[in-house]
Design a protein. Sequence first.
Length: 319
Amino acid sequence: MSRKFEEEQTKHNTFLEVLQLNVLWILYCLPIVTIGVSTAAVYYVANKMVKKEQYEIRSDFKKAFHDDLKDGIKLWIGYVVIGCILGYSAYQYFYVIPSTFILKKILVVIGLVLYSFSLLYIFPVIARYSSTISHSIWNSILVPFRFPVYTIGMVLVVVVFVAGAIYCPYLIILEVFPLAGVVFYFFSKLFQLIYQNLEELTVREKELRERLMAEIEAEEKKREEEKCLEEQLAKENEMKEQLLHSDANQNGIDSSESSLKKGVNNNKKNEESSGYTLDPSRIGKDMFVKNKNRVPEKKTAKTSTKVSFVDHTKETGNK
C-alpha cells in the first residue's frame, strides 16, 4: 500500500509541477518576442523532471531563460520571418495562382517540411546542448530524419493542436492551459529517448572512427616500413653494382698496366736491338734518333785466307 501511495503521490506532484511550469511558460511568453526562449526554458526544466534529477521549477526556469535569452530571441524572430515567407508562398502557389509551375510547389512543400521539423526540434536542442546558432539549426534539421517515428508522432500532435485552434477557436484556451504543459512534458520524454539514442550513436560512430583511424595508421606504418625496406634493398643493390663496377675497372686497369708494361719492355728491346729511340718531340719529322747510349758492337776480325800461287815455271826455268 505504501508503494502505491508513493507512486500516486509522485504522479500528483508531477502533474502539479507541470501545471506550474505551464503557468511560467505563459507569463514569459507575453512579450511575444520571448516565446522561443520561454519554450527552451520549459524543455530545460522538463528534461530534469524526466531524468529525475534535482530541480527547482522557478529558479531553473529563470536560469535557463536568462542563459538562452539572446539566442532564443534571434532564433524566434528568424523562424517567424521564414514561416511568413513560406506561408505566403504556399498561399500564392496553391490558392491564388494554382497554375504555377509544379517545381515551385514542390520546393515550397519541401521548405515547409524542413521548417516544421526544425521548428519542432530547435528549442529542445538549445535547451539540451550549448552550441552556436548555426550548429543548433543544422542539428534541428538532421536529427528528425534519424528518428522519423518520434518525429511523425510529434508532428501529428502539433497538427491536431493547430487544427483544433483553427476550426474551434474556443479550444485555444484549453490548449494553452493546461494541455500545453502536458504536451511539453510528453515531448520531453520523447526527446529524452532521442537524446539517449543519439548519444549512443555518436559514441559508436566515434569508436568506429577511432578504429578506422587506427587501421589507417597501421596501414601507413606498414607502407612506411615497406618503403624503408625497398630503399635499403635499392641501396644494397647500388652498393653491389658499384663494387662490381669498381672490380671490373680495377681489373681493366691492371690488365692495361700489364699490357703497357709489356709494350714498354718490347719497345726497349726493339730500341736496344735497332739502336734508335722514339723522340715524341719530333713527331712528324725524323722521330727516331740514334741511341747514343747504345754500346757499339765489336767488329770481329775476318781472317782472309790468301792463296799464294808459286810460279813454278820461273823456278823451274832458273833451275
